[in-house]
Design a protein around this ligand. Structure first.
Ligand code: 13P
Length: 690
């Protein structure tokens, strides 16, 4: 009971942590892909702060920005859907182990004011970022340790398609936002923004107060001074620091000022107050600006002259660069000098273009989207491109979701149709990206005769099966588990190279006064090689507990018998969605074994509601739980042992459904009850491996 409460709590905890990580990663990957240039600028700030600018080029930073977006998005989707759990949780731990100390350093030293984890969508202070990362690190470690409990929301054979499509999606989205502009514009210059309103201080608000500290040195001694007590010339300046003395309100737009480069006139108010339209060509650095679309720029300029609209170019470059640009492109427009960071914030494209009316951003274009003469066919009042068209955030989110979900669902549907129209081979079903169905583990079909057949009938059945398999060799290991009294007679009758023989139970005691019991040693002395342990009927009718079964397993192994260890939930447990917890608890009987001993056992998953009832688990249900059981084994003994463990399915397995069940990558054969009592049926199931 206590065990099951602990299991439930751990499973909930693992899945809450996994969802938290998944949502954060999907969001942060997506907002980075929404604005790769913005994250590239942020990485540039990091490179500057750490003195790495000489080592990294702009294109490398851009590639890193897109790579980071794709990695976070992929980890988020893996965690959200619950596949590639080891990779996703392991990578999350590594990522957070890197980010957490880094953000602690940022919080302490402040070399970069905002970490940029969520682009401009959510701006956190450095300390908030650090504590957020501490929480995510703990969640990542928990998910890694409890990854076997993560509930999977996608079938195994669809994984690779989701991986491929998800990467395609995020890379195409990054490319789209790079070529055009961010789909979601979180900056203060978004379409519809009133620049003058963005510059206003609310009434009564105080601006932030900064203080400059001078670190001075004299005779090897360093001391800090303020502006009031600035020392005499005997001190030399080592460093100047600006510290925030009082936090205050900083309007979202605080450095939008347009200075004519021709005569130094301040044109800010003239532009913002213009009741007509103004086009602004924005190029923060003319040396880096793409001059492939300058014909379009010149067309807009000519259009402005014809219609008496203002046209200004804004840059942070110097006069020489401006002159070279005008020479190179044939431009005739006036340039204004503006702060570089401001221009990078105004529009991500270099160059990009803005259309303003009365200080409101009416439209915004990336370089390649600047309107051409075919669009500028009338005065702006008559053109839709000069009307503010703000698409609601919800409708954009909806569009992005549709672009993700609709093609993905179509791919998955096509795959289903393809798979269910004949391509039933297990190996075709396997993820071609991984393509690593481990062939070392054995496929086994084992019969459990239960309390059926007299000695004579049993002998006849064994003989008949032996003949059938001699005539037509099986493609898997075959085992028959018989009542105790048959063992000594049946074992010498069958070809041991083709058919293994086993008991259906053995005692939990070595030997002695245990009337009616049969020990593992006695079973082994008949020549039998296997023993079924933990069958649900023995658990239900003979009170076999986890502890008793642990003893039985150990004794079987000590006598060189191979246990076929059964686990499975009853109907009520399944209906309460507790099957994972139940099998995890039942495995405790074998999880005390050494890895070497565990390697000798075979597991059999038998949903109790399917035994002898004619109801079978669907291939998807069987695969799902088999994969979960294998993940528990991997968690306990490592992937190699898990990959080598045969996990059989039992419960109304018949020739008609065996092939479909065994086609699953984690179903390695069956433990057969009723259908093992007739050679034709049993052979039909064995032939599923042909
Ligand atoms: P059936 O195949 O008769 O459902 O029995 C399964 C079983 O219990 C095998 O051990």
């Amino acid at each position: 009971m206590e065990n099951s409460i602990r299991n439930t709590v751990l499973t909930w905890y693992a899945n809450i942590c996994r969802l938290l990580l998944a949502v954060v990663f999907v969001f942060s990957g997506f907002v980075k892909a929404n604005d790769p240039t913005g994250f590239q600028y942020k990485l540039h700030d990091y490179a500057t702060a750490f003195g790495l600018t000489a080592w990294v080029s702009e294109s490398l930073l851009l590639a890193a920005a897109i790579g980071m977006a794709a990695l976070e998005f992929a980890l988020g989707i893996y965690l959200l859907l619950g596949f590639n759990r080891r990779f996703a949780s392991g990578m999350s731990v590594l990522l957070m182990l890197f980010m957490t100390p880094l953000t602690l350093y940022l919080a302490l030293e402040n070399p970069v004011s905002d970490c940029g984890c969520f682009g401009d969508a959510v701006v956190l202070t450095n300390w908030q970022t650090f504590w957020k990362n501490v929480v995510l690190l703990l969640a990542a470690i928990s998910v890694f340790c409890l990854r076997g409990r993560i509930v999977r929301w996608i079938s195994r054979h669809s994984e690779w398609m989701v991986s491929v499509y998800m990467l395609l999606y995020i890379c195409i989205f990054s490319y789209y936002t790079l070529k055009h502009l961010p789909v979601f514009d979180f900056r203060p210059y978004h379409i519809g923004a009133d620049i003058r309103a963005g510059m206003e201080m609310p009434e009564g608000a105080l601006p932030p107060l900064y203080e400059t500290i001078f670190v001075m040195e004299r005779d090897g001694e360093q001391k800090e001074f303020g502006i009031e007590d600035y020392p005499d010339e005997s001190w030399t300046l080592v460093e100047r620091k600006t510290i925030l003395k009082r936090a205050g309100y900083e309007p979202p737009i605080h450095d939008f000022s347009l200075m004519s480069m021709q005569d130094g006139e301040d044109l800010t108010e003239r532009v913002l107050a213009d009741s007509s339209y103004t086009f602004l060509l924005v190029a923060y650095d003319l040396n880096k600006a793409d001059d492939g679309y300058t014909d379009l720029v010149n067309e807009v300029y000519d259009y402005c002259r014809a219609h008496q609209y203002q046209f200004l170019a804004l840059t942070a470059s110097g006069e020489d660069e401006v002159e070279q640009w005008l020479d190179r492109t044939g431009g005739e427009y006036l340039f204004c000098g503006v702060d570089e960071t401001t221009l990078k914030t105004v529009v991500r494209s270099n160059p990009g273009m803005l259309l303003l009316k009365e200080g409101v951003v009416v439209n915004k274009w990336a370089n390649a989207d600047i309107p051409d003469e075919y669009q500028l066919v009338a005065s702006l009042d008559e053109l839709p491109l000069a009307k503010v068209q703000v698409h609601s955030v919800m409708s954009k989110i909806f569009t992005c979701l549709l672009w993700f979900l609709v093609p993905l669902s179509l791919i998955l549907m096509l795959d289903r149709i393809w798979n269910f129209s004949g391509r039933k081979n297990k190996h075709d079903y396997i993820n071609p990206l991984k393509n690593k169905k481990v062939e070392m583990r054995k496929n086994i079909v084992a019969g459990n005769w239960k309390m059926n057949k007299t000695l004579q009938e049993g002998i006849a059945l064994a003989k008949e099966l032996n003949e059938a398999l001699a005539a037509d060799k099986p493609n898997c290991d075959v085992v028959i588990c018989t009542p105790f009294i048959h063992l000594a007679s049946v074992t010498p009758l069958v070809d041991s190279a083709v058919i293994g023989v086993g008991a259906e139970n053995c005692a939990d005691k070595v030997s002695g006064a245990y009337t009616g019991e049969v020990s593992a040693e006695m079973v082994a002395s008949t020549g039998a090689q296997y023993v079924i342990l933990g069958h649900s009927e023995r658990r239900a009718y003979y009170g076999e507990t986890v502890e008793i079964l642990e003893e039985k397993v150990k004794l079987a192994l000590a006598n060189n018998l191979k246990p076929i260890f059964c686990i499975g939930a009853v109907l009520e447990e399944r209906e309460a969605n507790k099957q994972n917890e139940v099998v995890a608890a039942q495995l405790a009987s074998v999880f005390s074994l050494s890895a070497e001993d565990f390697g000798k056992i075979v597991l059999a998953y038998e949903p109790v509601w399917a035994i002898g009832t004619g109801k079978t688990a669907t291939p998807e249900q069987a695969q799902e739980i088999h994969a979960y059981i294998r993940s528990l084994v991997a968690e306990k003994y490592g992937q190699e042992v898990a990959d080598n463990t045969s996990i059989l399915y039992g419960g109304s397995c018949k020739p008609s459904n065996a092939k479909e069940l065994f086609a699953n990558p984690d179903v390695d054969g069956g433990l057969i009850g009723g259908a093992a009592l007739k050679v034709a049926d049993f052979k039909g199931i064995i032939d599923a491996f042909k």
